[in-house]
Design a protein around this ligand. Structure first.
Ligand code: HEC
Ligand code: HEC
Length: 198
């Protein structure tokens, strides 16, 4: 918990209160974001809920997390042959507008029923692997920590493999440490567990 809190503190971003003119600008940005999001819908879904294997849902993720991932794709710090060219075409203000757009959408629920054995195994692992320190209940416990509850299971599994195999970096290497030498079947149970949390 202490480690989680220390890391959380180092993520903190300054945020400014909104004035009247900024609110007007936001409304305009909203409309633009809706238009821009048409380019994302074929993969991430009209409502930010992905129906495509390997593609994450974006609805209800923290705005700062979404912005950071788009920045990382653009900078080549997170590799994806699909997302790198798409993110490279977005300006900073378009990135912010899209992140706000998806952050406001209602969080998805995984439709298929949970496997009780995998849920029990995942729950035990989540506690023993101290995932809970940062992802308690699968919630976005901090603005740079993604929500895992309701995310596609195949995507969570792929993300965990990528962190473990050092193909995806995370702030201060927290996710590489959390998944270090993790057996495949633990990854499968954890992905199932977090995905199916309400
Ligand atoms: C052709 C399909 C496709 C399109 C179009 C697309 N994406 Fe993606 N997106 C992906 C895939 C696949 C990933 C997962 C990449 C990975 O982890 O390897 C992803 C990942 C992301 C992530 C990271 C989410 C997370 O949980 O870490 C964000 C943010 C994102 N996309 C935003 C967008 C936005 C905004 C647009 C439109 C401007 C867009 N994407 C268009 C396929 C697509
Ligand atoms: C010290 C805090 C911390 C701990 C402990 C931790 N995580 Fe994370 N987790 C994060 C952060 C921060 C991110 C976002 C990293 C990034 O930017 O790629 C993340 C990202 C993820 C993602 C990617 C989700 C997405 O939308 O792309 C998954 C899956 C995940 N964590 C699962 C776990 C599991 C399972 C455990 C336990 C084995 C765990 N985490 C332990 C902080 C933590």
């Amino acid at each position: 918990m202490l480690r989680a809190a220390g890391i959380a503190a180092s993520f903190l971003l300054p945020s400014a209160p909104l004035g009247a003119t900024e609110t007007d600008a936001l409304t305009e940005a909203d409309a633009l974001a809706g238009e821009l999001a048409q380019q994302c819908a074929s993969c991430h879904g009209e409502k930010g809920i992905s129906l495509v294997e390997g593609v994450p849902s974006l609805a209800g993720q923290p705005e700062a997390y979404l912005t950071r991932q788009l920045d990382r794709f653009r900078a080549g710090q997170r590799s994806s042959t699909t997302m790198q060219p798409i993110a490279s075409r977005l300006s900073e203000s378009q990135t912010t507008a899209l992140a706000k757009h998806y952050a406001r959408m209602p969080v998805p629920q995984i439709p298929n029923p949970a496997d009780s054995e995998l849920m029990a195994k995942g729950q035990t692992l989540a506690a023993s692997r101290v995932c809970d320190g940062c992802h308690r209940g699968g919630a976005a416990t901090h603005e740079l920590v993604p929500r895992l509850a309701g995310q596609r299971e195949d995507y969570l599994r792929a993300a965990l493999f990528a962190y473990r195999d050092r193909e995806r970096a995370s702030p201060e290497g927290v996710m590489a440490a959390a998944t270090d030498r993790m057996p495949d079947e633990h990854i499968r149970a954890l992905a199932h567990f977090f995905s199916h949390l309400p």
